[in-house]
Design a protein around this ligand. Structure first.
Ligand code: MLT
Ligand code: ZN
Length: 459
């Protein structure tokens, strides 16, 4: 470490203590590479503040030293937004793990940035409530990271994304000030809504240290059904019908025959049906009383269903979910996929699913395209295997198709490093100029995650 680096390190130690400034190469290695292995960098130090005041102290030290920082929670991000790709100081917020008792009457809870999604879900359940956000990495992903990326997941069609759960936020802005508004008022029109602004800002405006979350009524009764279809368009159509017909619908998830075969092989599951089918829709309905009749009536009205498996008890429900949730893990066995996380207008979803593999094949004939995702809200995960990590041709081809069809180049994972070159295709120059103005106001020294989200050339 050079003189500047050593000075920075000793100033950080003054703020958080020697045990929480990590520099040993073996220890910091896990903070420097993302979950997929696609994004890897290096850092002069990993700092682990234990309070909001310490986070503010760390930001002050880094700002004074002109050192860029990247905030990190559970490091489950998928777009290279939470690892030090340009030598940033890593500020790990996992020690901010205080979880207040659930406010049962309000149906809210205040959680530190380092609390996992799973811990919030369990605390809510223990108090007779539920948390409306869920996704497969629930026991590693943190609330802070889920707010920074506005995480979506499998329940968005019923409860909305992470932003829709936020009733308050505490954060350290780039200028070092602490903004804290955690009172939990549901109606509060007193100026700009900072939770909305910080949510999805990918660590570029402030470091979220705590949040106030709304909870949702728990559903005592749940039914999961796996529906098989012999055409992808029929599965998409069915998702639309079920959204309208089943008021208790919580999830409508799509996967295809090749993804199912890979999951069964990689994770060691028996196929769900005796015959294979082209497309599958995993649906979950939940309510105070059993949604079985409502779901069965709606499924019965669908002409195209080729086979059905229904689960009411929790073990069997989890078994059916594994066919969908194991896709990410199964794909990782094939190497490092390109992960394109896109959303389409519902009317264009089937056409996109039909066109995407051809668009990939045209630029990368040896590649394989895997399609799955959250059909209920138009979010498709296009994973492409068999292409080098830096080969952007596939990403360009798929994202161009998405833009042409009126979709979003990032439905839930964020822009990160992976898609920042693409932001200008998705947002107008005026919008990007407004983003930059907000960034300059809240992070005047430009030290917070300066290498993600905003493309160069709009200064
Ligand atoms: C999922 O919904 O399973 C993940 O967000 C998708 C992915 O790993 O690409
Ligand atoms: Zn997803």
């Amino acid at each position: 470490m050079d003189g500047d680096g050593a000075r920075l390190r000793s100033q950080l130690i003054e703020v958080v203590g020697p045990d929480h400034v990590l520099t040993d190469a073996d220890v910091v290695a896990g903070y420097c590479v993302d979950w997929t292995g696609r994004y890897a960098g290096a850092t002069p130090a990993v700092v682990r503040p234990g309070s909001t005041a310490e986070v503010a102290g760390v930001v002050d030290v880094c700002r004074a030293a002109g050192a860029a920082v990247v905030a990190q929670g559970g490091n489950t991000g998928l777009v290279g937004g939470g690892v030090p790709l340009a030598g940033e100081v890593v500020v790990s917020l996992r020690r901010l793990s205080a979880l207040d008792p659930v406010d049962r009457r309000a149906g809210q809870v205040t959680a530190g940035a380092g609390v996992t999604i799973g811990a919030v879900q369990r605390a809510a359940a223990g108090a007779g409530w539920a948390y409306g956000v869920d996704f497969a990495s629930r026991d590693s992903a943190t609330i802070g990271g889920s707010v920074a990326t506005n995480a979506g997941g499998t329940r968005v069609l019923r409860y909305g994304d992470t932003r829709a759960q936020l009733v308050g936020v505490e954060a350290v802005l780039g200028g070092g000030s602490v903004v804290s508004h955690l009172g939990g008022l549901v109606k509060d029109n007193t100026g700009y809504h900072l939770p909305s602004l910080l949510c999805g800002s990918e660590g570029t405006l402030g470091l979220v240290t705590a949040v106030r979350l709304r909870l949702v009524p728990p559903a005592g009764e749940r039914v999961v059904a796996l529906l098989a279809f012999d055409a992808v368009a029929a599965a998409v159509e069915a998702a639309g019908v079920l959204r309208r017909a089943v008021a208790s619908l919580e999830a409508a998830e799509l996967f295809l025959d090749d993804g199912l075969a890979l999951v069964c092989e990689a994770v060691g599951l028996a196929p769900p049906f005796p015959a294979t089918h082209r497309a599958y829709l995993l649906v979950e309905a939940a309510g105070r009383t059993s949604p079985l009749t409502e779901l069965a009536d709606a499924v019965g009205s669908l002409a195209a269903v080729a086979d059905v498996a229904v689960a009411e008890d929790s073990l069997r429900r989890a078994d059916l979910w594994r066919y969908r949730e194991s896709h990410t893990e199964a794909l990782a066995t094939l190497g490092t996929p390109h992960k394109l996380d896109v959303a389409l207008p519902f009317g264009a979803l089937a056409a996109f699913l039909a066109a995407a593999p051809g668009v990939v094949a045209a630029v990368a004939p040896a590649a394989r395209t895997w399609l799955f995702g959250h059909a209920g809200d138009g979010n498709v995960h296009v994973n492409v295997t068999g292409v080098g990590p830096d080969d952007a041709a596939v990403d360009d081809a798929v994202l161009a198709l998405v833009v042409e069809m009126g979709g979003s180049i990032s439905a839930e994972h964020g822009i990160g490093t992976a898609k920042k070159a693409w932001l200008a295709h998705a947002r107008s120059p005026a919008e990007i100029a407004a983003f930059r103005a907000v960034k300059a106001a809240l992070d005047p020294a430009g030290i917070l995650n300066p290498n993600v989200l905003l493309p160069p050339g709009f200064e």
